[in-house]
Design a protein around this ligand. Structure first.
Ligand code: KG4
Ligand code: ZN
Length: 372
């Protein structure tokens, strides 16, 4: 019986056990080469993230071809380092979970092909994982337990450099898309605002730091889509409004970057929190999850905490190292599938596992393992 037929939700609920398999997880969808080892209690034994930020910073964003090459150079070392830190040998690993998509196809291919090689060499199953499902499942990792593991059903806001989605999740792999961005991802807006101020890449952490010293009312930037029905987002309008405001004020050298950062964050965070709370009310859930790189943002976390109480919501946000891209979250999302494949006695059945650049998160169940 496959994990899909048995139901991933069922396997997930029964999965935490000290007898559970050791799983190697691999993530390479964008500009982080990452590997992690999870044990049977889903404890993260090791999580190694090799960031390519320095290679892309001078271009102000990720250059796909450079990213693929950097993944090729790093992946062997990153996996070896994860096994060493976990204190295990290759032969101790019982299955592999790897990000299959969405993302940069050249980058994804490096992780997927490495995982298949590892699986074939060790005679163990390899399963493909949806990157967004990884972000969604990050708060359930044992290391994040102090951050109040959420319960299903929940509404999740996944905000990163490539994605801005509101999801309604009734269980692992049981996801409905409630809303998403119609143009830029939220993190992209952070990155572009920092870029137009000449502050470097990635812009999120830089603006996060600066905003604390700025005046959030210096500019009243628009809150696109806030008053409209529905749960979709739009961020290109705020980014354009910031560009015009800076230009009209005389250019980047003539404005206070802290004031721009504070005013931009006030607008962007307000929309994110407003839409999340509204979607949670519409779906009548009591738990919300916020994950992805932008979920590191301190102002976003403060505004969420302030809004959650009155709305009767509990908020789960992973610690920052599990919000940005990492392989532990891929292990969390893929654990039940790996376990299911082991239980059904699949030695290695995933030669056909492919990398997919575009893959809606509500369509993972059918082709989740890439072997059908
Ligand atoms: O999840 P992630 O590592 O990669 C993607 O899947 O895209 O997210 C990276 C994004 C970048 O746009 C970065 O600027 C943003 O997350 N980010 C932040 C913060 N830290 C990272 N945005 C706002 N505030 C932060 N503290
Ligand atoms: Zn991500």
């Amino acid at each position: 019986m496959t994990a899909d037929r048995l139901g991933r939700a069922h396997l997930w609920r029964t999965a935490p056990t000290t007898d559970g398999p050791l799983v190697l997880a691999i993530e390479s969808s964008c500009d982080e080469t990452a590997a992690a080892v999870l044990d049977g209690t889903r404890h993260v034994r090791a999580s190694i993230v090799h960031s390519q930020v320095a290679e892309h910073a001078k271009f102000g964003g990720v250059v796909p071809e450079l990213a693929s090459r950097a993944h090729i150079r790093a992946i062997g070392t990153v996996v070896a380092e994860a096994l060493r830190e976990a204190g295990c040998a290759r032969t101790d690993i019982a299955g592999v979970a790897v990000t299959r998509g969405p993302g940069l196809v050249g980058s994804l291919l490096v992780g997927v092909e490495f995982a298949k090689g590892f699986g074939a060499a060790c005679g163990i199953p390899v399963v493909g994982v949806h990157h967004i499902e990884g972000h969604l499942m990050a708060p359930w990792l044992e290391v994040a337990a102090g951050f109040d593991a959420p319960a299903f059903p929940c509404v999740a806001l996944i905000v990163s450099g490539g994605h801005t989605s509101l999801l309604y999740a009734t269980g692992p792999g049981e996801v409905e898309i409630v809303g998403q961005t119609l143009d830029d991802a939220a993190g992209e807006a952070w990155d572009k605002v920092a870029k137009l101020l000449g502050l470097g890449y990635p812009g999120g952490p830089i603006l996060d730091q600066l905003a604390g010293q700025g005046d959030p009312h210096r500019w009243e930037f628009p809150r696109p889509m806030k008053g409209r029905p529905g749960h979709d987002f739009s961020f290109s309008g705020i980014k354009t409004a910031v560009a015009y405001a800076v230009r009209d004020a005389g250019g980047p050298a003539a404005v206070s970057p802290a004031d721009v950062a504070a005013s931009f964050q006030a607008a962007a965070c307000e929309i994110l929190v407003h839409k999340l709370v509204r979607a949670a009310k519409a779906r009548r859930v009591r738990h919300v999850v916020v994950s992805g790189g932008v979920a590191c943002n301190r102002q976003l976390r403060e505004m969420l905490a302030a809004a959650a109480g009155p709305a009767g919501l509990s908020v789960s946000t992973p610690p920052p190292n599990l919000c940005t891209d990492n392989a532990a979250m891929i292990g969390a999302a893929g654990y039940a599938d790996v376990w299911g494949a082991i239980r059904e006695g699949t030695a290695f059945a995933s030669w056909s596992l492919d990398a997919v650049a575009s893959w809606p998160v509500d369509q993972t169940a059918k082709s989740h393992r890439g072997d059908d």
